[in-house]
Ligand binder design. Sequence first.
Ligand code: TZP
Ligand code: MG
Length: 213
Amino acid sequence: MTSEELRKALRLYLVMGSPNCGGADPVEVLDAAIGGGVTMFQLREKGPGALQGPELLALGTRLRQLCRDRGVPFIVNDDERLALELEADGLHIGQEDAPAAEVRRRHPGLIVGVSAHDLAEAQSAVAAGADYLGVGPMYVTRTKLDAREVQGPAMIERMRAGGIRLPLVGIGGIDAGSAGPVLHAGADGVAVVSAITAASSPRAAAEGLRKLF
Ligand code: TZP
Ligand code: MG
């Protein structure tokens, strides 16, 4: 994938695991969301009731296959082994996970995404060889209980002004009504969880977000 293709794939990035789906089948949620225009997917199986072991592998296999069938890049959060087992297209790591430079070295063929909360973290991630950055939280979120302080779209602007050219996605509390300032600040796309997974129609929610592009 070229960096321009990656930039486009990052427009509407759905991040999700079974705990975000409120009892609905995550495969159905993802299927509907892709139908509505989701361009990239991250399996992030975290929080109360998160699946582990063979159950997680089984869910991951179904989600991975759906992404393959629909031509949507499939990224795994944190878990390098799971990413390899599922033949993921990429891996997303946070500041508390394995150092980005090591992940980059271990997996030269994978898309490597890194969460960055300020310009210094963004600069280190670029130096480590990250392919894209997730920046947040843009707004108040109830999805990630240990989320950092709200940074707002201004953090994207600060990163761009500080010379960060890498593809950036904003994350945290974003929906169709609040995505505009994130994109205007210089993000290539938005990453969302609840705006799609908690919507009565994930497909319509994705369509509403896609209209912004
Ligand atoms: N990282 C920063 S905020 C967040 C993650 C994974 C959760 C975003 O969830 P939502 O529901 O889109 O606010
Ligand atoms: Mg992490």
